[in-house]
Design a protein around this ligand. Structure first.
Ligand code: PEP
Ligand code: MG
Length: 367
Protein backbone atom coordinates (compact mmCIF):
# COMPACT_ATOMS: atom_id res chain seq x y z
CA UNK A 1 0.00 0.00 0.00
CA UNK A 2 1.38 3.39 -0.96
CA UNK A 3 1.07 5.82 1.96
CA UNK A 4 -0.42 9.22 1.24
CA UNK A 5 -1.13 12.44 3.11
CA UNK A 6 -4.88 13.08 3.27
CA UNK A 7 -7.55 15.19 5.00
CA UNK A 8 -6.61 17.73 7.67
CA UNK A 9 -3.02 16.60 7.64
CA UNK A 10 -2.75 17.35 3.91
CA UNK A 11 -4.27 20.82 4.54
CA UNK A 12 -1.83 21.49 7.37
CA UNK A 13 1.03 20.51 5.09
CA UNK A 14 -0.17 22.97 2.47
CA UNK A 15 0.01 25.77 5.06
CA UNK A 16 3.42 24.53 6.09
CA UNK A 17 4.61 24.68 2.49
CA UNK A 18 3.50 28.29 2.30
CA UNK A 19 5.85 29.15 5.15
CA UNK A 20 9.01 27.16 4.58
CA UNK A 21 11.90 28.33 2.43
CA UNK A 22 14.03 25.17 2.32
CA UNK A 23 13.18 22.72 -0.42
CA UNK A 24 12.68 19.14 0.71
CA UNK A 25 13.94 16.28 -1.41
CA UNK A 26 14.23 12.55 -0.76
CA UNK A 27 16.99 9.97 -0.89
CA UNK A 28 15.68 7.34 -3.30
CA UNK A 29 16.96 4.97 -5.93
CA UNK A 30 14.05 2.59 -6.49
CA UNK A 31 10.83 3.49 -8.31
CA UNK A 32 8.91 2.49 -5.15
CA UNK A 33 10.86 4.89 -2.94
CA UNK A 34 10.61 7.66 -5.51
CA UNK A 35 6.83 7.21 -5.73
CA UNK A 36 6.53 7.22 -1.92
CA UNK A 37 8.67 10.33 -1.73
CA UNK A 38 6.40 12.14 -4.18
CA UNK A 39 3.27 11.16 -2.28
CA UNK A 40 4.82 12.65 0.82
CA UNK A 41 5.58 15.86 -1.03
CA UNK A 42 9.25 15.50 -1.96
CA UNK A 43 10.31 18.17 -4.44
CA UNK A 44 13.00 16.07 -6.07
CA UNK A 45 15.55 13.36 -5.39
CA UNK A 46 18.52 14.74 -3.50
CA UNK A 47 20.49 11.51 -3.47
CA UNK A 48 20.19 8.49 -5.72
CA UNK A 49 22.79 6.02 -4.42
CA UNK A 50 23.61 4.17 -7.62
CA UNK A 51 25.71 1.52 -5.88
CA UNK A 52 22.44 0.13 -4.46
CA UNK A 53 21.23 -0.53 -7.99
CA UNK A 54 23.65 -3.37 -8.71
CA UNK A 55 22.84 -6.03 -6.14
CA UNK A 56 20.25 -7.84 -8.25
CA UNK A 57 21.79 -11.24 -9.24
CA UNK A 58 21.57 -10.37 -12.98
CA UNK A 59 23.68 -7.26 -12.37
CA UNK A 60 26.01 -8.09 -9.50
CA UNK A 61 27.69 -10.72 -11.63
CA UNK A 62 28.74 -8.08 -14.19
CA UNK A 63 29.63 -5.55 -11.50
CA UNK A 64 31.98 -8.15 -9.99
CA UNK A 65 33.30 -9.01 -13.43
CA UNK A 66 34.01 -5.31 -14.03
CA UNK A 67 35.76 -4.66 -10.73
CA UNK A 68 37.87 -7.81 -10.96
CA UNK A 69 38.88 -7.38 -14.61
CA UNK A 70 42.58 -7.17 -15.34
CA UNK A 71 42.34 -4.43 -17.95
CA UNK A 72 40.13 -1.77 -19.48
CA UNK A 73 38.89 -4.08 -22.24
CA UNK A 74 37.64 -6.52 -19.58
CA UNK A 75 35.96 -3.73 -17.65
CA UNK A 76 34.28 -2.33 -20.77
CA UNK A 77 32.92 -5.77 -21.68
CA UNK A 78 31.17 -5.94 -18.30
CA UNK A 79 30.05 -2.30 -18.43
CA UNK A 80 28.39 -2.89 -21.82
CA UNK A 81 26.20 -5.47 -20.06
CA UNK A 82 25.34 -3.03 -17.26
CA UNK A 83 24.51 0.01 -19.40
CA UNK A 84 20.98 -1.05 -20.49
CA UNK A 85 19.98 -1.83 -16.89
CA UNK A 86 21.33 1.48 -15.66
CA UNK A 87 19.63 3.44 -18.46
CA UNK A 88 16.28 1.85 -17.59
CA UNK A 89 16.80 2.69 -13.88
CA UNK A 90 17.11 6.36 -14.73
CA UNK A 91 14.25 6.33 -17.24
CA UNK A 92 11.96 5.08 -14.45
CA UNK A 93 13.19 7.64 -11.92
CA UNK A 94 12.95 10.56 -14.35
CA UNK A 95 9.44 9.50 -15.37
CA UNK A 96 8.21 9.27 -11.78
CA UNK A 97 9.79 12.59 -10.83
CA UNK A 98 8.11 14.41 -13.80
CA UNK A 99 10.67 17.14 -14.27
CA UNK A 100 11.58 17.59 -10.60
CA UNK A 101 15.34 17.63 -9.97
CA UNK A 102 17.09 14.28 -9.63
CA UNK A 103 20.60 14.13 -8.20
CA UNK A 104 22.30 10.97 -9.36
CA UNK A 105 25.40 10.08 -7.41
CA UNK A 106 27.99 8.14 -9.36
CA UNK A 107 29.11 4.83 -7.93
CA UNK A 108 30.30 5.07 -4.31
CA UNK A 109 31.12 1.58 -3.11
CA UNK A 110 33.09 0.32 -0.30
CA UNK A 111 34.77 -2.15 -2.63
CA UNK A 112 34.40 -5.19 -0.37
CA UNK A 113 30.60 -5.09 -0.76
CA UNK A 114 31.00 -5.99 -4.42
CA UNK A 115 33.60 -8.71 -4.14
CA UNK A 116 32.48 -12.34 -4.42
CA UNK A 117 32.71 -14.17 -1.11
CA UNK A 118 31.90 -17.83 -1.78
CA UNK A 119 33.45 -20.41 -4.13
CA UNK A 120 30.18 -20.49 -6.06
CA UNK A 121 30.22 -16.70 -6.55
CA UNK A 122 33.85 -16.85 -7.65
CA UNK A 123 33.04 -19.59 -10.18
CA UNK A 124 30.11 -17.56 -11.54
CA UNK A 125 32.25 -14.46 -12.09
CA UNK A 126 35.02 -16.54 -13.67
CA UNK A 127 32.50 -18.00 -16.10
CA UNK A 128 31.04 -14.60 -17.00
CA UNK A 129 34.52 -13.14 -17.52
CA UNK A 130 35.76 -16.28 -19.33
CA UNK A 131 38.80 -16.59 -17.07
CA UNK A 132 39.85 -19.19 -14.50
CA UNK A 133 38.66 -19.05 -10.87
CA UNK A 134 42.36 -18.65 -9.90
CA UNK A 135 42.52 -15.39 -11.90
CA UNK A 136 39.48 -14.11 -9.99
CA UNK A 137 40.98 -15.20 -6.64
CA UNK A 138 44.21 -13.35 -7.48
CA UNK A 139 42.21 -10.20 -8.29
CA UNK A 140 40.32 -10.43 -4.99
CA UNK A 141 43.62 -10.69 -3.11
CA UNK A 142 44.99 -7.72 -5.06
CA UNK A 143 41.97 -5.58 -4.14
CA UNK A 144 41.74 -6.61 -0.49
CA UNK A 145 41.60 -3.64 1.90
CA UNK A 146 41.95 -3.74 5.69
CA UNK A 147 39.82 -0.64 6.08
CA UNK A 148 37.47 -0.39 3.08
CA UNK A 149 35.65 2.68 4.40
CA UNK A 150 38.89 4.62 4.00
CA UNK A 151 39.93 2.85 0.85
CA UNK A 152 38.91 2.59 -2.77
CA UNK A 153 35.63 4.39 -2.23
CA UNK A 154 33.66 7.03 -4.06
CA UNK A 155 35.40 8.95 -6.80
CA UNK A 156 38.66 7.11 -6.17
CA UNK A 157 37.19 4.25 -8.16
CA UNK A 158 36.09 6.66 -10.91
CA UNK A 159 39.53 8.28 -11.03
CA UNK A 160 41.19 4.86 -11.28
CA UNK A 161 38.71 3.45 -13.82
CA UNK A 162 36.96 6.39 -15.57
CA UNK A 163 35.05 4.04 -17.86
CA UNK A 164 32.77 3.18 -14.90
CA UNK A 165 31.58 6.76 -14.52
CA UNK A 166 31.50 7.14 -18.29
CA UNK A 167 28.97 4.28 -18.50
CA UNK A 168 26.85 5.81 -15.74
CA UNK A 169 26.94 9.29 -17.25
CA UNK A 170 25.98 7.85 -20.64
CA UNK A 171 23.04 6.02 -19.03
CA UNK A 172 21.89 9.23 -17.29
CA UNK A 173 21.99 11.33 -20.46
CA UNK A 174 20.47 8.67 -22.71
CA UNK A 175 17.63 8.27 -20.20
CA UNK A 176 17.13 12.03 -19.84
CA UNK A 177 16.96 12.54 -23.60
CA UNK A 178 14.53 9.63 -23.97
CA UNK A 179 12.19 10.76 -21.16
CA UNK A 180 12.20 14.33 -22.44
CA UNK A 181 11.31 13.05 -25.92
CA UNK A 182 8.59 10.67 -24.66
CA UNK A 183 6.93 12.91 -22.06
CA UNK A 184 7.84 16.46 -22.99
CA UNK A 185 9.01 17.04 -19.40
CA UNK A 186 12.09 19.15 -18.81
CA UNK A 187 14.63 16.73 -17.37
CA UNK A 188 17.67 18.40 -15.83
CA UNK A 189 19.93 15.73 -14.33
CA UNK A 190 22.24 16.70 -11.52
CA UNK A 191 25.29 14.44 -11.67
CA UNK A 192 27.07 14.10 -8.35
CA UNK A 193 30.65 12.97 -7.69
CA UNK A 194 31.14 11.27 -4.31
CA UNK A 195 33.84 11.44 -1.65
CA UNK A 196 36.00 14.09 -3.25
CA UNK A 197 38.91 15.65 -1.43
CA UNK A 198 40.49 17.68 -4.21
CA UNK A 199 39.58 19.93 -7.12
CA UNK A 200 41.73 17.78 -9.40
CA UNK A 201 39.41 14.81 -8.87
CA UNK A 202 36.44 16.97 -9.77
CA UNK A 203 38.14 18.43 -12.86
CA UNK A 204 39.09 15.01 -14.14
CA UNK A 205 35.68 13.46 -13.58
CA UNK A 206 33.67 16.43 -14.79
CA UNK A 207 35.57 16.07 -18.08
CA UNK A 208 34.49 12.41 -18.26
CA UNK A 209 30.85 13.42 -17.62
CA UNK A 210 30.92 16.30 -20.11
CA UNK A 211 32.43 14.07 -22.80
CA UNK A 212 29.76 11.42 -22.25
CA UNK A 213 27.06 14.11 -22.45
CA UNK A 214 28.44 15.45 -25.72
CA UNK A 215 28.67 11.98 -27.25
CA UNK A 216 25.07 11.17 -26.30
CA UNK A 217 23.77 14.52 -27.54
CA UNK A 218 25.69 14.18 -30.83
CA UNK A 219 24.46 10.63 -31.36
CA UNK A 220 20.80 11.37 -30.57
CA UNK A 221 20.60 14.84 -32.08
CA UNK A 222 18.90 15.95 -28.85
CA UNK A 223 20.14 17.43 -25.61
CA UNK A 224 19.16 18.31 -22.05
CA UNK A 225 20.59 20.80 -19.58
CA UNK A 226 22.50 19.27 -16.71
CA UNK A 227 24.72 20.30 -13.82
CA UNK A 228 27.66 18.56 -12.16
CA UNK A 229 28.37 18.80 -8.46
CA UNK A 230 30.08 17.07 -5.59
CA UNK A 231 29.44 15.58 -2.23
CA UNK A 232 31.19 17.42 0.55
CA UNK A 233 31.77 14.63 3.05
CA UNK A 234 35.44 14.84 3.92
CA UNK A 235 36.95 17.62 6.05
CA UNK A 236 39.48 18.38 3.31
CA UNK A 237 36.71 18.92 0.80
CA UNK A 238 35.06 21.40 3.18
CA UNK A 239 38.35 23.24 3.64
CA UNK A 240 39.01 23.30 -0.12
CA UNK A 241 35.43 24.28 -1.00
CA UNK A 242 36.50 27.55 -2.63
CA UNK A 243 38.52 25.83 -5.33
CA UNK A 244 36.18 22.84 -5.69
CA UNK A 245 33.36 25.33 -6.43
CA UNK A 246 35.31 26.52 -9.48
CA UNK A 247 34.31 23.22 -11.13
CA UNK A 248 31.22 22.12 -9.14
CA UNK A 249 27.80 23.69 -9.72
CA UNK A 250 26.47 22.35 -6.45
CA UNK A 251 27.52 20.86 -3.12
CA UNK A 252 25.60 18.23 -1.25
CA UNK A 253 26.81 17.71 2.28
CA UNK A 254 27.16 14.02 3.08
CA UNK A 255 26.95 14.43 6.80
CA UNK A 256 27.19 10.70 7.58
CA UNK A 257 30.73 10.50 6.27
CA UNK A 258 31.53 14.06 7.30
CA UNK A 259 30.66 13.15 10.90
CA UNK A 260 32.59 9.89 10.69
CA UNK A 261 35.72 11.55 9.31
CA UNK A 262 35.58 14.72 11.41
CA UNK A 263 35.12 12.89 14.70
CA UNK A 264 37.18 9.86 13.65
CA UNK A 265 34.28 7.61 14.67
CA UNK A 266 32.90 4.74 12.64
CA UNK A 267 29.36 5.46 11.45
CA UNK A 268 28.70 1.72 11.74
CA UNK A 269 30.26 0.74 15.06
CA UNK A 270 30.26 3.74 17.41
CA UNK A 271 27.00 2.90 19.18
CA UNK A 272 28.40 1.21 22.29
CA UNK A 273 30.99 3.80 23.26
CA UNK A 274 28.80 6.73 22.23
CA UNK A 275 26.37 5.47 24.87
CA UNK A 276 29.06 6.02 27.54
CA UNK A 277 30.01 9.36 26.02
CA UNK A 278 26.40 10.55 26.18
CA UNK A 279 26.06 9.37 29.79
CA UNK A 280 29.23 11.25 30.74
CA UNK A 281 28.00 14.36 28.92
CA UNK A 282 30.89 14.44 26.45
CA UNK A 283 28.33 14.60 23.64
CA UNK A 284 24.93 15.88 24.60
CA UNK A 285 23.34 14.42 21.46
CA UNK A 286 24.16 11.66 19.00
CA UNK A 287 26.54 13.33 16.53
CA UNK A 288 25.29 11.03 13.78
CA UNK A 289 21.78 12.41 14.29
CA UNK A 290 22.32 16.11 15.01
CA UNK A 291 24.33 18.50 12.96
CA UNK A 292 24.08 21.53 15.21
CA UNK A 293 26.79 20.29 17.59
CA UNK A 294 30.32 18.93 17.66
CA UNK A 295 31.97 20.94 14.92
CA UNK A 296 30.58 19.04 11.93
CA UNK A 297 28.12 21.88 11.39
CA UNK A 298 31.02 24.33 11.51
CA UNK A 299 32.59 22.57 8.54
CA UNK A 300 29.29 22.82 6.67
CA UNK A 301 29.12 26.55 7.43
CA UNK A 302 32.70 27.10 6.38
CA UNK A 303 32.31 25.15 3.12
CA UNK A 304 29.08 26.98 2.29
CA UNK A 305 30.76 30.31 2.83
CA UNK A 306 33.87 29.40 0.80
CA UNK A 307 31.84 27.82 -1.98
CA UNK A 308 29.58 30.88 -2.25
CA UNK A 309 32.54 33.20 -2.43
CA UNK A 310 33.71 31.44 -5.61
CA UNK A 311 30.26 30.78 -7.08
CA UNK A 312 27.61 33.04 -5.53
CA UNK A 313 24.71 31.00 -6.98
CA UNK A 314 26.11 27.61 -5.96
CA UNK A 315 23.28 25.24 -5.02
CA UNK A 316 23.71 23.83 -1.51
CA UNK A 317 21.96 20.86 0.03
CA UNK A 318 22.40 18.16 2.62
CA UNK A 319 21.74 14.48 2.09
CA UNK A 320 23.09 12.62 5.14
CA UNK A 321 20.77 11.21 7.83
CA UNK A 322 20.78 14.67 9.40
CA UNK A 323 18.58 15.85 6.50
CA UNK A 324 15.58 14.35 8.31
CA UNK A 325 16.45 15.66 11.80
CA UNK A 326 14.45 18.76 12.84
CA UNK A 327 17.30 20.43 14.76
CA UNK A 328 19.68 19.88 11.85
CA UNK A 329 17.05 21.26 9.46
CA UNK A 330 16.93 24.37 11.67
CA UNK A 331 20.69 24.60 11.24
CA UNK A 332 20.31 24.33 7.43
CA UNK A 333 17.70 27.12 7.45
CA UNK A 334 19.97 29.35 9.53
CA UNK A 335 22.76 28.81 7.01
CA UNK A 336 20.44 29.40 4.06
CA UNK A 337 21.03 26.08 2.37
CA UNK A 338 18.75 25.46 -0.62
CA UNK A 339 17.42 22.02 0.28
CA UNK A 340 17.54 19.06 2.61
CA UNK A 341 17.23 15.49 1.38
CA UNK A 342 16.07 12.68 3.65
CA UNK A 343 14.51 9.23 3.53
CA UNK A 344 11.05 9.26 1.88
CA UNK A 345 9.19 8.59 5.12
CA UNK A 346 10.79 11.59 6.81
CA UNK A 347 9.75 14.05 4.09
CA UNK A 348 6.64 15.30 5.98
CA UNK A 349 8.70 15.82 9.16
CA UNK A 350 11.32 17.70 7.16
CA UNK A 351 8.63 19.92 5.61
CA UNK A 352 7.25 20.71 9.08
CA UNK A 353 10.70 21.32 10.54
CA UNK A 354 11.62 23.62 7.65
CA UNK A 355 8.52 25.75 8.31
CA UNK A 356 9.13 25.71 12.05
CA UNK A 357 12.66 26.95 11.47
CA UNK A 358 11.33 29.96 9.53
CA UNK A 359 8.74 30.74 12.23
CA UNK A 360 11.39 30.38 14.93
CA UNK A 361 13.59 32.87 13.12
CA UNK A 362 10.75 35.43 12.83
CA UNK A 363 10.05 34.98 16.54
CA UNK A 364 13.73 35.63 17.39
CA UNK A 365 13.77 38.71 15.17
CA UNK A 366 10.62 40.22 16.71
CA UNK A 367 11.49 39.31 20.34
C1 PEP B 1 26.81 10.63 3.61
O1 PEP B 1 27.96 10.19 3.73
O2 PEP B 1 26.29 11.43 4.41
C2 PEP B 1 25.99 10.21 2.47
C3 PEP B 1 24.81 10.73 2.24
O3 PEP B 1 26.48 9.20 1.69
P1 PEP B 1 26.42 7.66 2.13
O4 PEP B 1 25.56 7.58 3.36
O5 PEP B 1 25.86 6.92 0.99
O6 PEP B 1 27.86 7.36 2.38
MG1 MG C 1 28.96 9.20 2.08
Amino acid sequence: IQPELTGDFATLMEWVDGIRRLRVRANAETPEDAATARKFGAEGIGLCRTEHMFFDPKRIIHMRQMILADDEAGRRKALDKLLPYQRQDFVELFEIMQGLPVTVRLLDPPLHEFLPATDEEIDDVAQAAEVSPETIRAAITRLHETNPMLGWRGCRLGVSFPEIYEMQARAIFEAAVQVHKDTGETVVPEVMIPLVSSKKEVDLLRAVIDTAAKEVFDATGASVDYIVGTMIELPRAALRAAEIAETAHFFSFGTNDLTQTTLGMSRDDSGPFLQYYREKGIYEKDPFASLDINGVGELVELAAERGRKTRPDIKLGICGEHGGDPASIGFCEKNKLDYVSCSPFRVPIARLAAAQAVLGRHQDETA
